[in-house]
Write a protein that binds this ligand. Structure first.
Ligand code: ZN
Length: 305
């Protein structure tokens, strides 16, 4: 086994992930990741049954994985680094030793974040930056190539080291936000059993999680009771107050839209929703929070008057 092969496998894994994210979007099926690709005739899976994963062709671990529905917030340090638990409690376990070596050599890894069983979001390259044997955790900087490129284009205004530190925290916060949003979307769509809450469209690829209380507000948490599973059209229309939900969970379309004459999209897609009951999650705790709906309705009335 050579370091050269290890490195080639890592780069090939990043390329393979980028190509599949172009096709599938951000959320990748676990089966695809477990299957992986072939390098020099050897299969290279991207993850395995355990969190820390090293394929046969690599000297060092290639990926770390957080299982779906794992803890969210407590997994991040105040500095914005991902806290990744050791495998078991023995710091000398081969998996933990492997990850420590990856830290010493600053090997780029892939971080897989489980959204739902079988659905993962990949972040790469990520780097293990600290080892905490007392708490049995590693700390990982979840960097992101594209965001790094954007930041590298900024004029150098601080000393290099400080800039690296700021960049690392900023980028990791950005990735964390993206993972939270993907998790919110997945939970929301699942609660609505893959339906648009307004038109009942059932194509996952066309569904979003819309916030009832905007996420720019401090109370706009990404919880399902603050979300609606909506198709792209109804998400955009809801955000712009073309239509809304009344406190009795029926849909109300803005008067100016009802008065408008246009083609079939306006007629069926928007005007046709007026006065209809919205589609609700079966579980009451997942249904839209009434206080939020009332506040949202007040905003709608305000925006149309
Ligand atoms: Zn819809």
């Amino acid at each position: 086994m050579s370091g050269e092969l290890d490195q080639r496998a890592r780069l090939a894994a990043f390329q393979w992930l980028r190509a599949h994210m172009d096709v599938h979007g951000e959320v990748l099926p676990r089966s695809l990741l477990a299957e992986g690709f072939t390098l020099d005739g050897i299969r290279v899976p991207l993850l395995g049954p355990q969190g820390i994963f090293k394929p046969r062709v690599c000297e060092l671990p290639l990926s770390i994985t957080t299982a779906p529905r794992g803890p969210y917030d407590d997994a991040w340090s105040p500095a914005g680094l991902l806290r990744y638990a050791y495998r078991g409690t023995d710091p000398a376990h081969p998996d933990n030793r492997g990850l420590r070596l990856a830290m010493e050599r600053q090997a780029p890894l892939v971080y897989f974040f489980g959204l739902e069983p079988g659905q993962y979001v990949a972040s790469f390259p990520v780097f293990v930056v600290r080892d905490n044997p007392q708490t049995l955790t590693f700390e990982v900087a979840v960097d992101d190539i594209q965001q790094l490129a954007v930041l590298d284009a900024q004029p150098a205004s601080a000393i290099a080291e400080e800039r690296t530190e700021i960049r690392r925290e900023f980028v990791t916060a950005g990735v964390r936000r993206r993972l939270h949003q993907q998790a919110f979307r997945a939970r929301c769509i699942e609660a609505y059993r893959t339906h648009c809450a307004f038109c009942r469209l059932r194509h996952q690829e066309l569904l979003d999680a819309a916030h009832i209380t905007a996420d720019s507000e401090t109370t706009g948490e990404p919880v399902v009771s603050n979300g609606l599973s909506l198709c792209k059209l109804h998400h955009a229309a809801f955000d712009r107050h073309f239509l809304t939900v009344r406190p009795d969970y029926t849909i109300e379309v803005r008067q100016s839209i009802l008065d408008e004459e246009d083609g079939p999209m306006l007629l069926h897609g928007l005007k046709g929703m007026h006065d209809r009951p919205m589609y609700l999650p079966r579980e009451v705790s997942l249904q839209p929070d009434l206080k939020r709906i009332e506040e949202r309705y007040a905003l709608f009335v305000q925006s149309t008057s």
